[in-house]
Design a protein around this ligand. Structure first.
Ligand SMILES: [Zn+2]
Length: 181
């Protein structure tokens, strides 16, 4: 099991730690100006398309999590790789059903949305956390952000559940109004 998933019983252990300090501009993304989180060279190598592997060198790389920025990885000597240079869709930079929420076990937002629409809830968080506890995850290389997927799984399922509840409520109210006429 990787360290990022190592605190049993805590979903917060996997959340991205937000740095409250003033960012060091050397460590910021040259495109959006925000400070990314450091990632291992191995993570970059696993996600960059083979056509771009010769641009991966010995720099220290960071992952840019900004939703509207096209940069995925940037090095401390100026190299950067955008969403077009990596092999998979990046969670924070993608919307809709194709948006990956767990890279280790292949769940996307559409899987969670369909399950919630059908059954009212999702079994994905329990499946993912069970597999993580069994030591089956490889988030630090599988996930382009280099962090555990479980935090994103929980956030997405909570959001979709709330959206589903809201839509059920609207249909219920309209149905009731319709019946009372
Ligand atoms: Zn950026």
């Amino acid at each position: 099991m990787s360290d990022c998933c190592a605190v049993p019983g805590s979903i917060e252990a996997c959340a991205i730690v937000v740095d409250k300090e003033i960012p060091n501009t050397d460590s910021c993304c040259s495109m959006c100006g925000k400070e990314g989180r450091p990632v291992e060279l191995q993570t970059v190598v696993h996600h960059v398309k083979h056509q771009h592997l010769d641009r991966v060198n010995g720099e220290s790389y960071r992952f840019c999590a900004d939703r509207s920025c096209r940069v995925v990885y940037y090095g401390d000597e100026g190299t950067h790789f955008t969403v077009d240079d990596v092999r998979e869709l990046v969670t924070t930079k993608t919307k809709g059903d194709a948006r990956p929420i767990c890279y280790c076990f292949g769940f996307n937002e559409g899987d969670a949305r369909k399950e919630i629409e059908r059954a009212g809830q999702s079994t994905i968080p329990a499946k993912v956390s069970g597999l993580i506890k069994a030591g089956m995850c490889a988030c630090e290389v599988r996930n382009p952000a280099g962090v555990c997927c479980l935090g994103e799984v929980n956030r997405t399922v909570n959001r979709l559940s709330a959206e589903h509840q809201a839509s059920v409520h609207i249909i219920g109210v309209e149905g009731w109004r319709g019946n009372s006429r």
